[in-house]
Design a protein. Structure first.
Length: 609
């Protein structure tokens, strides 16, 4: 029997063993027992050669510091405020080490490079690796640029008692891997931490992988490590956030990481199966939609004693996956049991298949002791079941409890901007009291088209030669309005209506985004974005929530919003036209027209599909 912590201490005391490096903690020691207590060493990372100047590479200094203070009494590393740059390579940890980061202390990697933080296992078995490693307040920061995705990965092999507390893993997950890779390890805790961004080429990969001691499973294969296919167990992931990297507009630039899971069993699970996994009180916002069969935002294969409890799953700018949670048994000789999905909330995750799918592999090997209850769903989609399985969920006598899972279908939040009325707006006289003439209408024909009021154009260089009007010229009671162009701070104007009349072509404008006063001006005063449209035939999958328009946004014809991509029932759509829009700053945006005639941003689609 394996004894740990106080159990080990009391057992050793009973046997009269001399203990080194333990604190008695109030235990009554026998006279024959001697306890020699050693306080852990505390060091300053900067004093040990590390440099947080945002430019000095710290790989060698970091490794030298770790190697220098390798003792059974433990070491606490204080990391002062600063940005500590790393480049490609690996560092190797040892037991009994704690990292305490100051606020503003950042480990950073860039230029598409990758740093592997290795937890060595020179021997096989659960005790073959290192133990007692803690990261407090650490920030691991990467980026995704033309050079590629920059990566930090914790490769944890045969380790025990590893804790990440109040850490930030920012835009640094491998496209083909994980932030934290737990292989044949146990008693690993991740709490109060934030994980952002995933640009995966293998899009099912998760931020935290709970896996086996197998060479194929490792994020980093450290020379000399020993493998034995042991499963990880006692993994707690509590009160964390998994978030996207967002643009200023709020739209998703990089999806949130898939939070937790695993996808493989080694040697048919003969060395054991993943168990005792606790995913509790976490928040997951806008992960990448996974639509294929057999995948999901949270996916476990051959697991028991699983607790997915008290979490908040939210989609704001991203469309839903096919399944949100998928539990799968691939081994006919193993029976998955004690599976708990309780007290979670699902807000607009809108899966296309079901929220939870239980797949026992074969119908004659059902999962047992399954509890799925007290989950609450808010959705705009009707008809999607909460739980489905390939084995009977009722009357099986297998301890299956599925109850009180509530689905509330909410009315869609208004996403379209109200279409301006065709009624002409009369500009009030200025402060000096401009007198407006009562003019007869001379236009025999006037046609008005409204559009989204956030569209804009630039005033041309000769804009001062144009006049502003209260109505289009030739309309009843039209007048030229006095305006001091010197007051104009920006040449960008905002449009919400256009008109064609005997007197020419006109636009109704605001001179700033939030202005309430509207004027009419001739079309010749405005420079519109350059939009080039061509035929384009391709099938693509919708992934993100973007507005859809009847015209390209900022087209001189003006676009009206016709809902969002979430309103389109089919996720796989046919593209008929492509448009390149170049604004006055030279920035290019690509739009696609779907078979239904509506336009949306190319960013709404999985362009690799």
């Amino acid at each position: 029997m394996k004894l740990r912590g106080k159990q080990y201490l009391l057992a050793a005391v009973t046997l009269g063993v001399t203990l080194l490096g333990f604190t008695a903690g109030g235990a009554n020691l026998t006279p024959s027992t001697t306890v020699v207590a050693h306080a852990a060493t505390t060091i300053n990372a900067v004093h040990q050669g590390m440099t947080g100047d945002a430019k000095t590479v710290n790989n060698d200094a970091f490794q030298a510091m770790i190697d220098k203070f390798n003792n059974s009494d433990g070491v606490t590393v204080h990391v002062p405020k600063g940005t500590y740059v790393f480049n490609a390579g690996h560092v190797v940890l040892h037991s009994n080490i704690t990292f305490n980061f100051d606020k503003g202390a950042v480990f950073r990697i860039t230029n598409g490079q990758r740093l592997n933080i290795a937890y060595p296992s020179p021997q096989a078995g659960y005790d073959g690796g290192i133990s007692n490693v803690t990261w407090n307040g650490a920030t691991f920061q990467g980026d995704n640029t033309a050079a590629g995705q920059s990566v930090f990965v914790q490769s944890i092999h045969h380790a025990q008692d590893v804790t990440f507390n109040n850490c930030v893993f920012d835009n640094a997950e491998s496209p083909t891997g994980h932030y934290i890779d737990i292989d044949g390890s146990h008693d690993v805790t991740v709490k109060n931490s934030v994980f952002t961004g995933f640009n995966g080429s293998m899009d099912y990969k998760e931020a935290i992988q709970v896996d086996y001691s197998n060479k194929k499973a490792m994020s980093y294969k450290l020379a000399g490590d020993q493998y034995d296919n042991l499963p990880s167990y006692n993994v707690t992931v509590d009160h964390n956030q998994f978030l996207p990297v967002s643009r200023k507009s709020g739209q998703v630039q990089s999806y949130a990481p898939n939070p937790i899971g695993e996808h493989a069993v080694y040697n048919k699970g003969q060395a054991g199966i993943i168990h005792n996994v606790y995913f509790t009180n976490n928040t997951v916002v806008d992960p990448k939609p996974l639509l294929d069969d057999g995948v999901a935002t949270i996916h476990f294969k051959c697991v028991s004693d699983l607790y997915i409890t008290g979490n908040k799953f939210i989609n704001q700018h991203v469309l839903g996956s096919g399944n949100y949670i998928y539990l799968y048994n691939s081994q006919p000789n193993y029976q998955m049991s004690n599976l708990n999905i309780t007290n979670n909330t699902f807000t607009n995750v809108n899966p296309t298949k079901q929220y939870v799918y239980l797949d026992s592999g074969t119908t004659d090997n059902p999962m047992t002791d399954v509890t799925i209850k007290n989950n609450n769903v808010t959705t705009q989609k009707k008809g999607v079941p909460f739980v489905q399985s390939n084995f009977p969920l009722t009357g099986s006598g297998n301890g299956i409890q599925i109850s009180n899972n509530k689905i509330k279908v909410a009315k869609p939040v208004a996403t379209t901007v109200a279409t301006p009325t065709i009624t002409q707006t009369t500009v009030k006289p200025n402060k000096k009291g401009q007198k407006l003439k009562k003019r007869p209408q001379t236009n025999k024909k006037e046609t008005y088209v409204s559009g989204l009021s956030t569209q804009h154009a630039q005033l041309k260089s000769n804009y001062k030669t144009y006049s502003l009007y209260n109505h289009i010229r030739g309309h009843k009671n039209w007048n030229i309005m006095k305006y001091d162009w010197k007051k104009l701070k920006n040449k960008r104007v905002y449009l919400d209506m256009r008109a064609t009349a005997d007197s020419g072509q006109w636009y109704r404008i605001r001179l700033s985004k939030n202005a309430t006063t509207k004027y009419w001006i001739r079309k010749g005063a405005l420079q519109f974005d350059k939009i080039t449209i061509s035929e384009y035939s391709k099938e693509l999958t919708l992934m993100k929530i973007y507005p859809v328009y009847n015209n390209v946004f900022n087209d001189s014809a003006l676009a009206k919003q016709k809902g969002t991509t979430a309103d389109i029932s089919d996720r796989r759509v046919t593209i008929t036209h492509r448009a390149y829009r170049i604004d006055s700053n030279g920035h290019q945006t690509v739009y696609y027209q779907m078979e239904n005639g509506l336009w949306t941003r190319a960013s709404a689609f999985d362009l690799n599909s």
